[in-house]
Design a protein. Sequence first.
Length: 255
Amino acid sequence: MNQETKISIDELATRAKIAVIVPSTNTVVQPEMDAMRPEGVTNHVSRMLLPVRPYDDMELYRQALENEKGNLEDALKLVLHCEPHAIAHGHSIHSFRGNSERAQAEEQHLEQLTGLPFITPSRAVLAGLNAIGGPTKIAVLTPYWPPADSLIKDFFESCGFQVVANHGLKATGPIAVSQFTHEQIMAGFQVLNQPTVEAFVHVGTNLPVSAMTEHIEKTFGKPLIGVNVATYWWALRRIGIMDPIPGFGLLAQKY
């Protein structure tokens, strides 16, 4: 795929184009990342098919997490024709499988494949946590079920974090993730709000958290590294765009 990778600007994208890869069912990443666009940056979405995980059998659900593959490379082939400067992957759970070394190897493979900065959610969240000062005690909110929450907890612990609390909202399908209300999401963070927690993390790109970030941080007095904010923030920073992104919390505004 990486044969003479090209980048270009145009009349609207006077600074950069960001390719965004999302699952076919995801309706949150595109509007959230569009809301974060600095002037002169445009986003270009390509969709990938993913098998639907079973939600009525946790053993099959766990096996799906470990083995499922989507048509990421097909989605990449399509979007690379628009000559983007970086690629933001708007699908999180795959990037949290395994440990930090596996995540880094995956990122390197995808960058070699495309010839571009490739932003995986797990690596972006780690970069965000490091940027805000490296809190070590975190609490994680997801839309997932226990097997996925365990996978994510294991990832962060392999990276040296103490996961003080984690809470999955148990969505009954990919579309249902985007249907959680602000009240339900706030209630999830309330469950996580333990005294020893230094920072919140949100994983699950179809959960509409990004626009709530400032409110969550003010309500609980803790920084939030949300997966979509971190992924888009890190994509911009990787290509040298350092504009503050107002309205999306501490990370996007100050780092």
